[in-house]
Design a protein around this ligand. Structure first.
Ligand SMILES: Nc1ncnc2c1ncn2[C@@H]1O[C@H](COP(=O)(O)OP(=O)(O)OP(=O)(O)O)[C@@H](O)[C@H]1O
Length: 451
């Protein structure tokens, strides 16, 4: 667990809840956090932390599924304070009737509504080189749902902003037409909805609910892999919506044809409209995102701090947000200003872990594991391509991620000459331009190495 705030800071309910949120955000998905935890408010009364939910629905949900996690994190954050958790609803909302709606009617449940997060708008979405095509397409779809690109298929790595962009379209459609029937659902949500409808014998209602939508936004479609009944059902939903000129937006972690165990007829339909990628963000975009998130939190973050975060955290936006939250929490507890020193202090653990991950030895180990070759092949004289390429990749990553000199790197890879290392780096750069698989491997390795 990361650096904890001073115990005195935890005697304030807001600060304690803010600190808890920092930890919880690392242990829940963005969707779980934003939907169920972000709306809670914390107050400290004696040794009880009171959490107030905006309504009974949220309260019950948290009580059923997240209370254990909350208690564990609270115990870890404030050991020795013996804090107890109390969960209730906020003021007037407490008068709302308890949630007793069966899940089979989840879509039309006004408390669920469209399941969109209103914070996911175009205004709060930073466009850069990595996502400009996706943003342009999304804006078009928002203007002309069902007409410009249908389906819009957005794919890319974890935490790069697919959900946010997809929901920005949904929110924009609703802004133009408040009566539009828009629904955001994760693929797991779709599956659960379907399974429960089957259990309750209400599959026809399920079909009707989905097929009368004006826009269906379905997230992380890769989880449909191997689920034949779901795919069958989704196929018909897709056709009904498509034929009716209704908008479908799909996100996935990969290109349609690369989703294993997904029926060919779905794969081909997913490519009927426009397929756009979101690439990992470059330094400038990462920095712009950090500044945007800081502004959203009402913080005037110095650019050098945003640059520091963007430079240190290269993986994905969720981690950038996590780093920013840590700095905000640190500043709140220590009452120090936002500057490079406080940023370094707040992120020390994270940077240390990263340093460990990107040591020369670890790069060799991770690359060997990734390509299923022996660790000793990093030093061996074997030249077959299935060994030489991973070795070149590892050399290139070591050059990119560490401060070792070319001769040092050559030495660590079986006493090779520094020109061999240079050649390896050039070769990998070239191959990455020509071969998307090679580029994906490189990016995956960067991600695994936390870089
Ligand atoms: N370009 C961006 N501008 C502003 N915020 C962004 C951007 N990209 C991502 N984010 C933020 O990063 C977080 C993660 O984004 P999101 O959930 O959309 O990613 P994802 O690609 O759907 O991830 P996953 O693969 O896990 O489903 C969100 O809080 C989102 O607001």
């Amino acid at each position: 667990m990361s650096s904890h705030p001073a115990p005195s800071a935890l005697r304030n309910g807001d600060a304690l809840w803010a600190a808890l949120c920092v930890q919880l955000q690392e242990q829940t998905t963005a969707q779980q956090f934003n939907t169920w935890l972000r709306p809670l408010r914390g107050e400290l009364h004696g040794n009880e932390l009171h959490l107030f939910a905006p309504n009974t629905f949220v309260m019950e949900w948290v009580r059923e599924r997240l209370i254990d996690l909350l208690e564990t994190v609270l115990g870890e954050l404030a050991p020795g304070m013996m804090l107890r958790l109390e969960l209730s609803t906020d003021g007037a909302a407490a008068l709302a009737p308890a949630a007793a709606t069966p899940v089979t009617t989840a879509i039309t449940d006004p408390r669920n509504g469209n399941r969109l997060n209103p914070g996911f708008s175009f205004k709060s979405y930073v466009a850069g080189k990595s996502n400009q095509l996706a943003v342009a397409a999304a804006l078009q779809v928002a203007k002309n749902p069902g007409k410009s690109y249908n389906p819009l298929y957005i794919y890319g790595g974890v935490g790069l902003g697919k959900t946010h962009l997809m929901q920005a379209v949904g929110n924009a459609i609703l802004q133009r037409d408040a009566d539009a029937k828009v629904l955001y659902v994760t693929s797991e949500g779709f599956i659960m909805d379907m399974v429960r409808s089957l259990q309750h014998n209400t599959i026809n209602d399920f079909k009707q609910r989905y097929r009368k939508l004006d826009a269906l936004l379905i997230d992380d479609i890769q989880f449909f892999a191997g689920k034949d009944r779901t795919q069958e059902e989704f196929f018909h939903t897709f056709n009904a919506l498509f034929d009716g000129g209704r908008q479908i937006i799909i996100t996935c972690d990969r290109y349609p044809k690369e989703v294993d165990r997904l029926e060919e007829r779905l794969q081909s339909r997913f490519g009927w409209g426009l397929t756009v990628a979101i690439q990992p963000h470059d330094l400038e975009t990462r920095m712009a995102i950090v500044l945007c998130k800081a502004e959203e939190s009402g913080i005037d973050l110095p650019e050098e701090v945003a640059f520091f975060i963007a430079e240190k955290i290269r993986s994905h936006v969720r981690e950038l947000e996590g780093a920013l939250r840590r700095i905000i929490a640190h500043v709140n507890f220590t009452h120090k200003p936002y500057n490079l020193d406080t940023a370094r202090e707040a992120l020390r653990d994270l940077i240390d872990v990263q340093k460990r991950m990107v040591s020369l030895d670890n790069i060799q180990k991770v690359v060997a594991e990734y390509f299923h070759i022996r660790g000793s092949d990093m030093q061996s004289k074997r030249r077959s391509r299935n060994i030489a390429r991973p070795r070149q990749m590892a050399m290139c990553l070591t050059k990119e991620l560490t401060n070792h000199s070319l001769p040092e790197i050559g030495e660590a890879f079986g006493g090779r000459d520094h020109t061999t290392v240079l050649h390896a780096c050039r070769q990998i750069d070239k191959l990455r331009q020509e071969d998307t698989q090679m580029d994906e491997d490189y990016r995956n390795l960067l991600r695994i190495l936390g870089a």
